[in-house]
Design a protein around this ligand. Structure first.
Ligand SMILES: *[C@@H]1O[C@H](CO)[C@@H](O)[C@H](O)[C@H]1NC(C)=O
Ligand SMILES: *[C@@H]1O[C@H](CO)[C@@H](O)[C@H](O)[C@H]1NC(C)=O
Ligand SMILES: *[C@@H]1O[C@H](CO)[C@@H](O)[C@H](O)[C@H]1NC(C)=O
Ligand SMILES: *[C@@H]1O[C@H](CO)[C@@H](O)[C@H](O)[C@H]1NC(C)=O
Length: 352
């Protein structure tokens, strides 16, 4: 009895200390039908990565049939028109809202595949007018020329941010340890997901109708850095079901990728917008067109020949997305938010 009583008083003493909630609350839910309200279509050439595409406005993309709702999912595609001499039409969308720390959940059933493609689902700084990499970049889904059989997760930073070569708290493996964009041709620090039994990229991923990716970011002394998980459709945690209002990533088990840099690189990450794009060639897929085996598949011709003259080779180059959700309230750290206030005087959407 005595022992129990002292335990109770110990618990009472703990209860007055402010506790850190690990649950994150839903702030934004983007469905295929509310895509237009939530994303801006960037139109113009790919002056970000020098790709051989021309990004289309929403109206033009819908006219061409490369953006819009198909079978209840939002599709964003590369044009399969036969000839495209001035750059092949494609889609790049950027979220209207900005987000900081939180949990970003993607429900995706098809990723863009094929030679010369370089698609990505990512979040990036909202610092405009060429100030990137201030504010950083987090690539959640990415591949180029389908060179990798599993998905790649990368961070890109302005300062010299490093991850260890071996990370026991993740199931994936480290490809590159330096996050700075000024090192190693801006490869970023990169974790390759473990192929395992459930594919995380490519034709087999698409045949299985994909599933759910979640990226949790939390910086500062109470944060856990950047973590990414993947679950094939049907095996996602219960708190990711459609009606969920809160998520608790700490209960999801080992992430596929864990960049444990919450303190060391906190000044590198500001508020981000969410981006989907598909470029062709560009700095990455151009440089690896031969080494990935793609040139050989297309008659050992330059990449420009495939882009210009082989429309049918892009018939699998599309995203098909069931939705995007962001859980950005609570969670136990607001360091990224205070950084954004210091830098630009604006509050994050989550604080509004
Ligand atoms: C790309 O071009 C557009 C339109 O000219 C411009 O607003 C934007 O800042 C440019 N982006 C980069 C990364 O240079
Ligand atoms: C960086 O890119 C250049 C030009 O694309 C290439 O020649 C060079 O080999 C690359 N360096 C590394 C370290 O990958
Ligand atoms: C065009 O692409 C298709 C599909 O990848 C391929 O089967 C065909 O051989 C390509 N044509 C040429 C001329 O490379
Ligand atoms: C995921 O997207 C599919 C459509 O691909 C939809 O049927 C399903 O309800 C979505 N699930 C959640 C949890 O949002």
């Amino acid at each position: 009895m005595h022992r129990a009583a002292s335990l109770l008083s110990a618990l009472a003493a703990v209860a007055v200390v402010p506790t850190i909630a690990t649950n994150w609350g839903l702030t934004t839910k983007i469905t295929p039908n509310t895509w237009s309200q939530n994303f801006n279509f960037y139109s113009g050439p790919d002056n970000f990565t020098n790709g051989l595409v021309v990004y289309q406005s929403e109206a033009a993309a819908k006219n061409m049939g490369i953006a819009g709702v198909v079978n209840g999912e939002y599709r964003m595609a590369v044009s399969t028109q036969a000839v495209a001499l001035e750059g092949r039409p494609s889609v790049r969308v950027e979220s209207k809202q900005r987000f900081g720390d939180g949990v970003y959940v993607l429900n995706v059933s098809h990723v863009p595949t094929g030679c010369s493609t370089w698609p990505a689902f990512w979040t990036t700084t909202t610092e405009e007018n060429g100030k990137w990499p201030i504010g950083g970049e987090i690539d959640i889904l990415e591949n180029a020329n389908d060179e990798f059989t599993s998905n790649l997760v990368s961070l890109h930073t302005k300062s010299d941010c490093q991850i260890p070569a071996k990370i026991s708290g993740q199931t994936g493996s480290v490809d590159y340890t330096t996050c700075s964009v000024y090192v190693n041709n801006n490869s970023g620090c990169r974790v390759r997901m473990n192929g395992g039994s459930a594919p995380t990229w490519g034709a087999s991923f698409n045949r299985a109708k994909g599933g759910f990716f979640a990226m949790a970011r939390s910086f500062g002394s109470t944060g856990k850095g950047v973590r990414v998980w993947y679950w094939p459709r049907g095996s996602e945690p219960a708190d990711l079901k459609a009606s969920s209002k809160t998520v608790n990533p700490d209960a999801w088990g080992k992430p596929a990728a864990w960049f444990n840099i919450a303190n060391s690189c906190r000044s590198d990450f500001g508020p981000h917008k969410i981006v989907f794009d598909i470029t062709l060639g560009g700095d990455w897929a151009f440089n690896t067109y031969v080494s990935s085996g793609c040139a050989a598949k297309y008659g050992n011709r330059p990449i420009t020949d495939q882009v210009a003259y082989n429309g049918t080779s892009y018939n699998k180059a599309y995203w098909s997305v069931g939705g995007v959700r962001v859980f950005a309230t609570g969670g136990g750290t607001d360091n990224a938010a205070s950084l954004s206030k210091k830098r630009s005087g604006v509050e994050l959407q989550r604080e509004a």
